[in-house]
Design a protein around this ligand. Structure first.
Ligand SMILES: Nc1ncnc2c1ncn2[C@@H]1O[C@H](COP(=O)(O)OP(=O)(O)OP(=O)(O)O)[C@@H](O)[C@H]1O
Length: 249
């Protein structure tokens, strides 16, 4: 399975070429960097302004590509009176998945106690678990997760991590946007850094800090928020924390 992005989105993402194979790739970068835009392009929710986006050669907006991927956006507005079980049932029918796949997804995310509840009465974390279970049930090869961990408690995060680990061990692809270094380190093997709509760097999570841009400059030279970094850039953790602390100035 290969996702290929040779595309741009006007005003949001400059032209870039990215090939993504099996494994887990984290999209990182400051607010407004273009992470959700990139996920939206791969998810077929956004049309590129130039170029093309394909999954295994199929255009991202084609039905063939949609059968290959699951997309869990940052927020989903379900009608509040729908029960969690009804949301999952609708997702199962839409995906053409089995009852067993639905039950497995419910167990994965620990949703048994909230199945009879209207989604409008669920906590933010439980809604996020529901979004993950509904989005990932049936487990297509490519998972697109937009900040999946932000509302999860440690128990929910451990469940997500376990599911992601198993998917990547089975040869699946996970593309996940995340801000917190501990989430990036837990969920991904590789990180891709976007800033201001441009691809800045890509490298293994555990050696990202030693990554140099193709033009020879250090990461800290092109990320405005990273200017204050100690030299050399020591860890991905440091890059993101410094970016956070300078953006609140
Ligand atoms: N519907 C839209 N129409 C036009 N521009 C948009 C739209 N949604 C987002 N943008 C802009 O596109 C750029 C990239 O936004 P995007 O949501 O992809 O960033 P992000 O990296 O996911 O940010 P965050 O970390 O805040 O979620 C930003 O400048 C944003 O203001």
């Amino acid at each position: 399975m290969v996702a290929l992005i040779e595309a741009c989105k006007r005003g949001r993402l400059e032209p870039l070429t990215v090939e993504i194979g099996p494994g887990a790739l984290a999209l990182v970068g400051p607010n407004g960097a273009g992470k959700s835009t990139m996920l939206g392009l791969i998810a077929g929710r956004l049309a590129p302004s130039c170029g093309r986006v394909t999954l295994d050669g199929f255009p991202a907006r084609s039905p063939r590509a949609s059968a290959l991927r699951a997309y869990v956006p940052q927020q989903i507005a379900w009608p509040p009176h729908l029960r969690a079980a009804e949301v999952l049932g609708a997702a199962r029918r839409m995906r053409g998945a089995s009852e067993a796949a639905l039950e497995a997804a419910v167990r994965r995310m620990g949703l048994e106690p909230v199945l009879p509840k209207p989604v409008g009465l669920l906590s933010g974390g439980m809604r996020q678990r529901l979004a993950l279970a509904a989005g990932l049930l049936g487990e297509p090869p490519v998972w697109l997760l937009d900040e999946p961990a932000s509302a999860l408690d440690p128990g929910g995060f451990a469940r997500l991590r376990g599911w992601v680990d198993e998917h990547r061990a089975n040869g699946g692809t996970v593309i996940v946007s995340a801000h917190r270094p501990e989430e990036v380190e837990a969920l991904a093997d590789e990180a891709l850094l976007l800033a201001h709509g441009r691809l800045r760097a890509r490298g293994p999570v555990d050696s990202f800090y030693r990554y140099r841009l193709e033009d020879g400059r250090d990461l800290s030279e092109v990320l405005p928020g990273a200017r204050v970094l100690r030299e050399p850039v020591d860890t991905l953790r440091e890059v993101l924390y410094e970016e956070e602390s300078t953006s609140s100035d």
